[in-house]
Each structure stands twice: as structure tokens, then as C-alpha cells.
Design a protein around this ligand. Structure first.
Ligand code: NAD
Length: 379
């Protein structure tokens, strides 16, 4: 039986349109492979929307995002808009989407595909086959707490931010963390600073209470300073990490660097109903825009996450990951991931890398079909 899904495409700025157009090809092929009817719509966000509409997140874009099952975004920003006041800049478009869709759960996998092990800043044996998932709370914590600001006092200026979490906010992100851990190795590490900050003592308490519903998941707690150290000392000890907004922001960038290139990292931001925004972790890379050299893999892997988390099509998501792995094993590299260490590497541009992933995805489909036929025959 075929399903029907609406996907909103937001190419954005810089290399955004280049990598997104390649990822949309994969989106169409992947939908076809699972008999999904796709309704694809495109709108402007970020700098492109400022040029077209005078604002980074036009009402039509937000409305289309609210009506879609999933959103695929490239990246926003660039030097052209850097002189604008903070609240008018392209990046505001992204923040507006996150809060407008209540995308409270940010999932950032840090996966090191074995053929790229020597691109990491750590020793290859510490990171080969690394596969961590960081679940970051995205709409609360110190980035949003009130009061905030800088004020003049009789003894000089005073800056204030407020670190606030409610029980409800902690519980809903905890459940995402436990659910993810349950689908993976069954281990969850919650990161806080409960020895110093009361709000994270509440975090630890609520995580512990939610754990009662997940007896099959092994829960551990770690202070954030230690977690930072452990991530660069022995990263493979982690499977799923759940943490608040600010700690997650910092730790996910540390984990990202373990994998070598920002051009390889996908992400998902989910709402309570499973709808999500999928985007590469990298920015608009204005230094390489329009040159057909950007790595499209982070955005293509983000399509994989869309099938995994918003469409519950795990097999298709696995097939996308496998296609990317086989292309890397074949030696194809965009400029950001070529190491010069191995001699079997071939430098390719954005288009050629995407072509190779599409072919590998099609081959994975043939292999999966053959395996199924063989299985049925042997029954
Ligand atoms: P960036 O991620 O755009 O670029 C950092 C470096 O990584 C650059 O050298 C770039 O060439 C390289 N790079 C990034 N993506 C790549 C890819 N797919 N393939 C190959 N190389 C890649 O970060 P930046 O330079 O700090 O920011 C540039 C602009 O992007 C700024 O306007 C910033 O505000 C914006 N930005 C947007 C997002 C987003 O939309 N989510 C995230 C970060 C930065």
C-alpha cells in the first residue's frame, strides 16, 4: 500500500541549493523504493528570503513548514547579510523555524565511516567505526531562559542569563533519549552539572524517574566536564547521550570533530508528533559556493534520517547509509575529505559524488531484492 508524504524543501544560501538539489534526487529515489507518493514543495528561507521578501522567514515559508511532514533545509547565511541587525539576519529564519515548529529534540549522530578514519584528529583506532548519537534539548535551557540581558548598575555593567528547565521539558527529551537508546545498543548517558547547578539536579532527578519506564535501558549519568574529556579520550564508550541545550551544543561540536569533516554530518530536529527538520550540520560555506566542490553527503545522510525518524522507513535509511559507505569504500572523495594518505582516492565534485550515491542506492535495492527472493525460495 502506498503512503503519501509532503516534504518542504528550503535550499537557503551559499552551497545550500547545490547540496539540496542533489539530496532531492535521493529523496525521490528513496520514496519510489518504498512506494511512497511524494508531494514536494519549495520555499525561501534565510538570505534568499530576505532578497525575495525582505525577511528571513516569510509567513508562507513557516505555514508551508507547519503543513509538511518533513522539511529538508540546506544552510543559511553569508557575508552579504552580515551587516544587518541581529534580528533581521538569515540565521533568524532557522531559529524561527525551530521555535515555530516546536522542534525540541535535536539528534546529531557522529558516525565515522571506516574509510575516513584517518581524517579524524584522533588516532584511527580510537575512532574507527565510531557511532554516537547526541540527543540535545533544543528549545529550552539557558539559551531561552528569562530574565536575560545586560544592564547598567552603579558599579558597572551586569550580564544575566537564566538557566531554566521545567519537569515537562526534561521528561519529553528524556523519553526521546531512552527511545533512541532502546533502538540502538540499550545504553543511555545523561550529561549534566548536578554538582553545581540546581536546574541540572532537577534534570538528573527527572531522567532517573523516566528510567523506571525503560528497565531495558542501562542509564548512566556524567558531569559535562568529564563528558567533554571522555569524548576525546575514549569516544566509543558512548552510544546515546542526552543533554540540555548548551551542553549539547558544545558536546555535539566536539563529537563532530572526531569524525573529521563537517561535510559528512547530518542532523534532525524533531517535534513531539514526529515531524522534523532535516539539515546538514555545516553552514552555507560561501568560500566554496557555486564551484561544484561542496560535499553533498551530509545533506544526503539527512534524507536518510528523514526516512528513519519521520517516515519510520528504517530499511530505506539503512540502505542510504550503506550506499554512502560503499561510495567511500570505492575511493571517491570530495575535496574536504580527501586525505592524500591512501593512493586509491579519486577527487570528485558535488554532482559526481551524488551520482555515485544514487547508483549505489539503486544497487543496494537490487541486492536487497535478490536477498529477499533467495530467502523466500529457501523457506
Ligand atoms: P561553514 O560550515 O559554512 O564552513 C566552515 C568551513 O567548512 C568552510 O571552510 C567551508 O568551505 C567548509 N564546508 C562547510 N560545508 C562543507 C561541505 N558540505 N563540503 C565541503 N566543505 C564544507 O561555517 P562558517 O564558515 O562558520 O559559516 C558560513 C555561513 O554559514 C555564516 O553565515 C554562518 O552564519 C552560516 N551558518 C549556517 C548554519 C546553518 O544554516 N545551519 C550553520 C553554521 C553556519
Amino acid at each position: 500500500m502506498s503512503s503519501h508524504r509532503e516534504v518542504l524543501i528550503l535550499p537557503g544560501d551559499g552551497i545550500g541549493p547545490e547540496v539540496v538539489s542533489q539530496a532531492v534526487r535521493l529523496l525521490r529515489d528513496a520514496a519510489q523504493a518504498c512506494d511512497m507518493e511524494l508531494d514536494i514543495r519549495q520555499e525561501a528561507v534565510g538570505g534568499a528570503a530576505i532578497e525575495a521578501d525582505g525577511q528571513p522567514l516569510p509567513e508562507a515559508t513557516l505555514a508551508a513548514a507547519r503543513g509538511a511532514d518533513a522539511v529538508l533545509l540546506g544552510a543559511v547565511g553569508g557575508p552579504r547579510w552580515e551587516g544587518l541587525p541581529m534580528h533581521e539576519r538569515p540565521e533568524r529564519g532557522l531559529l524561527g523555524l525551530r521555535s515555530g515548529l516546536d522542534l525540541f529534540a535535536n539528534l546529531r549522530p557522529a558516525i565515522l565511516f571506516a574509510p575516513l578514519a584517518d581524517a579524524s584528529s584522533l588516532k584511527a583506532e580510537l575512532v574507527a567505526n565510531l557511532d554516537i548519537l547526541i540527543v540535545r534539548e533544543l528549545t529550552g535551557g539557558i539559551y531561552f531562559g528569562e530574565p536575560r540581558g545586560i544592564e547598567q548598575t552603579p558599579t558597572g555593567r551586569r550580564g544575566v542569563n537564566s538557566y531554566v528547565y521545567t519537569e515537562h521539558e526534561i521528561e519529553r527529551i528524556a523519553r526521546i533519549g531512552f527511545d533512541m537508546a532502546r533502538k540502538r545498543s540499550g545504553r543511555l548517558c545523561s550529561v549534566d552539572k548536578a554538582n553545581v547547578l540546581e536546574v541540572t539536579q532537577l534534570w538528573r532527578d527527572v531522567i532517573g524517574e523516566v528510567a523506571a519506564d525503560y528497565a531495558d535501558v542501562e542509564l548512566s549519568h556524567m558531569y559535562v566536564d568529564n563528558a567533554g574529556m571522555q569524548l576525546v579520550r575514549a569516544p566509543k564508550q558512548f552510544d546515546v547521550i542526552v543533554t540540555g541545550n548548551m551542553f549539547g551544543d558544545i558536546l555535539s561540536d566536539v563529537a563532530a570533530m572526531l569524525t573529521g569533516s563537517v561535510g559528512m554530518l547530518p542532523s534532525a530536529s524533531l517535534a513531539a508528533d514526529g515531524r522534523g527538520l532535516y539539515e546538514p550540520v555545516h553552514g552555507s560555506a560561501p568560500d566554496i559556493a557555486g564551484q561544484n566542490v561542496a560535499n553533498p553527503l551530509a545533506t544526503m545522510l539527512s534524507v536518510g534520517m528523514m526516512f528513519r525518524y519521520s517516515f519510520a522507513e528504517r530499511e530505506i535509511a539503512d540502505r542510504i547509509d550503506a550506499a554512502v559507505l560503499s561510495v567511500l569504500e570505492s575511493g571517491l572523495r570530495t575535496a574536504d575529505i580527501i586525505s592524500g594518505v591512501a593512493d586509491r582516492q579519486t577527487l570528485v565534485g558535488t554532482d559526481a559524488m551524488a551520482d555515485a550515491v544514487l547508483s549505489a542506492f539503486a544497487e543496494e535495492a537490487v541486492e536487497a531484492e535478490e536477498a529477499q527472493v533467495a530467502q523466500e525460495r529457501d523457506r
